[in-house]
Design a protein around this ligand. Structure first.
Ligand SMILES: NC(=O)c1ccc[n+]([C@@H]2O[C@H](COP(=O)([O-])OP(=O)(O)OC[C@H]3O[C@@H](n4cnc5c(N)ncnc54)[C@H](OP(=O)(O)O)[C@@H]3O)[C@@H](O)[C@H]2O)c1
Length: 339
């Protein structure tokens, strides 16, 4: 396992981060219903991930009903006594509970969400507290000030954001700098071989500002593991087998990407999962890749990415197979060598 600075922050995290969205068996009110792991399996995954060198775990209040993922993680932290070796990340912003203030990034909510997460996680600090998505109904400096107060109170160590438009993130960084408030160290964003949209604006912004990128759904919810076959329906017990989720990835471009990933995996005697994760690890602004593993077999396959070195040629093959239309002005300025 390799360790890197957490974006703009000094703390070191493993280049693979264990995602907690699968922790616990969620009921039908949750989007993770039927596709999570029971508590014993989640504990076994956590034990083995940490034994393999992972020191970074990401969750959110909204994963599983009533903070289920945080509760499972909190119980495991208490039982194992490993808290001080780990960097624990969680998020607030989406709907929890009832009433007019059941979601959002207001000061009122942030203070309450933080207390609730600390209680569920059974810890006295959150190492990386992230806003789960931008909130246009709240002035950014209200959000930043509330987070800054939590940092000063020692309840939060670093702050980060997720699912921000680039213009909003640039504005946020400017607000925190001019008002001398704790500034986001990381951006958590959807990023994978089949979802490269953030390369247009977010990646150059994070490079300029020194933020680390934490890709989420790096395997496109399992699609890039190579376990699906073109023309065949997904197995019903998989995440992509639920509802019409599979439709999102089942297209010609993505099957070409799968073919390239399989070819690289075969050359390296590796697996499509490890190759897909290693491609992200080869991207300079990526700090740590947040992957999911529903069981120990998936965990083992994904852990192999930590030490898999792709050659420049392999990265190039995968870049080309997953090329996407940049659109204006990126194609114009790129063609003129100024991007
Ligand atoms: N900030 C955000 O908005 C946001 C959004 C989503 C996720 N996240 C974070 O990112 C983490 C990872 O997201 P994700 O779970 O979508 O990531 P992912 O790694 O793209 O997908 C994980 C899923 O793919 C399947 N899978 C994983 N490894 C596999 C393997 N080796 N072979 C076959 N199937 C495999 C499993 O689903 P099945 O077994 O059911 O097929 C597993 O639950 C989450 O836990 C969460 O912490 C953040």
């Amino acid at each position: 396992m390799k360790y890197r600075n957490l974006g703009a922050a000094g703390v070191k995290v493993s280049n693979l981060c264990l995602g907690g969205m699968t922790f616990g068996e969620a009921d039908e009110s949750s989007f993770m219903h039927k596709v999570g792991s029971d508590e014993a399996t989640a504990f076994a995954v956590l034990d083995r991930a940490v034994a393999a060198g992972i020191n970074f775990i990401d969750t959110a209040d909204v994963y599983g009903q009533d903070g289920l993922s945080e509760r499972v993680l909190g119980t495991w932290l208490t039982n194992g006594g490993q808290r001080d070796k780990l960097v624990i990340a969680t998020k607030f912003r989406f709907t929890m509970g009832e009433g007019a203030n059941k979601s959002g990034g207001s000061r009122y909510r942030i203070i309450k969400c933080c207390e609730d997460s600390l209680r569920r996680l059974k810890t006295d600090r959150i190492d990386l507290y992230q806003i789960h998505a931008q909130d246009l109904a709240v002035a950014e400096d209200e959000t930043l000030r509330a987070l800054d107060d939590l940092v000063r109170a020692g309840k939060v160590v670093y702050t980060g954001c997720s699912n921000y438009a680039a213009y909003r993130l640039a504005n946020s960084l400017w607000e925190s700098k001019t008002r001398q408030l704790a500034s986001f160290a990381t951006l958590q964003a959807q990023y994978s071989l089949v979802a490269r949209d953030i390369e247009r604006e977010h990646v150059p912004l994070c490079r300029t500002a020194g933020l680390g990128i934490l890709p989420w759904s790096p395997l496109a919810s399992g699609f890039l593991s190579g376990k699906y076959e073109q023309g065949k329906p997904p197995a019903a017990d998989t995440r992509l087998g639920q509802g019409d989720r599979y439709k999102r990835w089942d297209n010609e471009r993505n099957w070409k990407i799968i073919a390239a990933v399989r070819a690289v995996a075969s050359e390296l005697s590796s697996t499509p999962s490890a190759v897909s994760l290693a491609w992200l690890l080869a991207k300079p602004q990526v700090t740590s890749v947040i992957f999911g593993a529903r069981n120990l077999e998936q965990l083992d396959a994904n852990l192999a990415a930590a030490d898999l070195e792709l050659t420049a040629n392999h990265v190039d093959v995968l870049d080309k197979a997953s090329a996407f239309p940049l659109g204006y002005p990126y194609d114009f300025i790129g063609a003129n060598g100024v991007w």
